[in-house]
Design a protein around this ligand. Structure first.
Ligand SMILES: [Zn+2]
Ligand SMILES: [Zn+2]
Ligand SMILES: [Zn+2]
Length: 227
């Protein structure tokens, strides 16, 4: 599969509600009540028999030429009629919140958020299989793994749809405390399709430059994803 370079072009916004039945576990001296979530939704994430919390979104559209995750504002700014009315997995109507008063009481917790994500120049607006894109992972010099990292990490979406941080550390890295090497050495550029990832440089003993993404195991060589 040929790689494709994509770019962020804005921010996508959604109003999100998620909720669950809860049970009070402990009341603290200051009155705070800790709760457990009871996984009331029978098909959370759309999977029958997969229990979890209820969840729903309504789209707010796109804002172009911004990277500001707050550009859609705060939940209080949206009137009640804009919000989802039922769970998108099981159809349960959004309930009223009920706070439990004492240990053992059941209740309902409802959370509302303005949910924002990066918008890309693809048909779906999201990164798609085969795509490569830059992400600002951190400020320059503040890398979790490496010295001398400018903060821009190359991410790729493998043919199976799973994401790879090419500038991350391999799970089987053999030099776990070393901050000078790279587990994957990249040359060329993703923009013009010459990107090539292998072990040709200061690197560790992990793998042969390949990546394992769930059920997919392969390489990114000369702009091409292959097994
Ligand atoms: Zn549900
Ligand atoms: Zn970094
Ligand atoms: Zn390594």
């Amino acid at each position: 599969m040929r790689s494709r370079f994509i770019k962020q072009i804005g921010i996508e916004g959604q109003l999100r509600i998620y909720w669950d039945r809860i049970r009070a576990k402990e009341v603290y001296p200051d009155g705070y009540i800790s709760t457990e979530w009871l996984d009331d939704c029978p098909c959370s994430y759309g999977r029958q028999g997969s229990k979890g919390y209820h969840n729903a979104y309504t789209p707010l559209g796109h804002k172009l030429d911004t990277e500001d995750f707050d550009c859609f504002g705060q939940p209080e700014e949206y009137p009640s009629e804009r919000w989802p009315t039922k769970c998108e997995h099981c159809g349960q109507p959004v309930p009223q919140e009920i706070r439990p008063a004492k240990v053992g009481d059941e209740g309902i917790e409802v959370n509302r958020q303005v949910f924002t994500s990066r918008l890309y120049n693809t048909a779906s607006g999201k990164p798609e299989p085969g795509d490569l894109y830059w992400i600002k992972d951190h400020e320059p010099g503040a890398c979790h793994n490496w010295d001398g990292c400018n903060g821009m990490h190359l991410h790729g979406i493998g043919p199976n749809g799973d994401m790879w941080d090419v500038d991350g550390r391999a799970s089987n890295c053999s030099m776990r405390t070393d901050r000078a090497h790279r587990c994957w050495v990249r040359t060329g550029s993703p923009e013009d399709g010459s990107i090539h990832v292998d072990k040709n440089g200061h690197t560790c003993a992990a793998g042969a430059g390949s990546v394992i993404l769930g059920n997919w195991h392969g390489f990114l060589h000369h702009g091409e994803w292959h097994t």
